[in-house]
Design a protein. Structure first.
Length: 64
């Protein structure tokens, strides 16, 4: 009997939570995706510049 009461309480909580949820806008998701792409591109560029710089410095040291 107590398990049935708990189950009904759980169902009621799920229903109220589902009603309170907001809808996600597609434009918000797309803008967030483009921002993440820009951040990832910038970090990739920074990593590439660091790698090229390290290779250049190593090459200069070896040539001396």
């Amino acid at each position: 009997m107590s398990s049935q009461i708990k189950f009904h309480k759980h169902e009621n909580l799920e229903n109220t939570h589902a009603k309170d949820m907001k809808k996600v806008k597609l434009t918000d998701l797309l803008s967030r995706l483009s921002e993440e792409k820009k951040k990832e591109r910038n970090s990739n560029i920074a990593l590439s510049v660091a790698a090229v710089s390290a290779v250049t410095v190593f090459g200069i040291i070896l040539s001396l």
